[in-house]
Ligand binder design. Structure first.
Ligand code: DX5
Ligand code: ZN
Length: 218
């Protein structure tokens, strides 16, 4: 079985000390750094953009996993690539042309991901599978950290796992992941787990390593 990647979301970090926070989760055993970019249009919240990602990029050598919750997305792909993104994930719903966006990401030399909101059926990726390095199944409605995991998405995770087959595509799950549901998510087929609140607060807001380890052990 594939090794599980844990990708803490820095949306839950202390933004006043963001660089130190990135260094701290790196030292605490994070595999990837998950960056949530929100535009106040595609989702009802504004987070941060490419300039912030560029500023924190030197704090770690780990993979930067950039989750773009923005529409339109195509005009900004190059900026995020230049800022230091390694994986760039766009939403299937952000449109208008998912196939074109995925081609553009790979043309920039980056790994291409697509994210599905809870109400979006897995069929949205059927004709772009060969352009994908990652599928992100949202287990909350995108826009905010700290929401509760939607059990309805476990079936979608299973279906996406079977659609992926033996392609080299990672299956990432994002939203409401905790040490209590991580095992069920992995059993459904996820191999990459995003966690914001569970890493930065978890059982102890002082013990990022313990919080990451608890998810990994689960
Ligand atoms: C939600 C974001 C998530 C979020 C996860 O729109 O995509 O990455 O930060 O935070 P938790 O783990 O607190 O649900
Ligand atoms: Zn995310």
């Amino acid at each position: 079985t594939k090794e599980i990647i844990i990708a803490p979301s820095i949306l839950a970090a202390d933004f006043a000390r963001l660089g130190e926070e990135v260094a701290a989760i790196d030292a605490a055993g994070a595999d990837w750094i998950h960056c949530d970019v929100m535009d106040g249009h595609f989702v009802p919240n504004i987070s941060y953009g490419a300039e912030i990602i560029k500023a924190i990029r030197p704090m770690t050598s780990k993979i930067f996993d950039v989750h773009l919750m923005i529409a339109p997305v195509d005009p900004y792909l190059e900026g995020f690539a230049k800022a230091g993104a390694d994986v760039i994930t766009v939403h299937a719903e952000a449109g208008p042309h998912l196939d074109r966006s995925l081609q553009a990401i790979r043309a920039l030399g980056k790994k291409a991901g697509v994210s599905l909101c809870p109400a979006t059926p897995e069929g949205a990726i059927e004709y772009v599978l060969d352009r994908l390095d990652l599928v992100l199944v949202m287990t909350v409605n995108p826009g905010f950290g700290g929401q509760s995991f939607l059990d309805s998405q476990l079936e979608k995770i299973r279906r996406v796992r079977s659609m992926i087959g033996d392609r080299p595509i990672r299956l990432e799950v994002d939203g409401g992941i905790t040490r209590d549901n991580a095992a069920a998510v992995a059993a459904a087929g996820a191999d990459t787990l995003v966690a914001g609140s569970a890493v930065f607060r978890g059982n102890s807001s002082a013990d990022y390593a313990g919080n990451i380890a608890a998810i990994r052990v689960a």
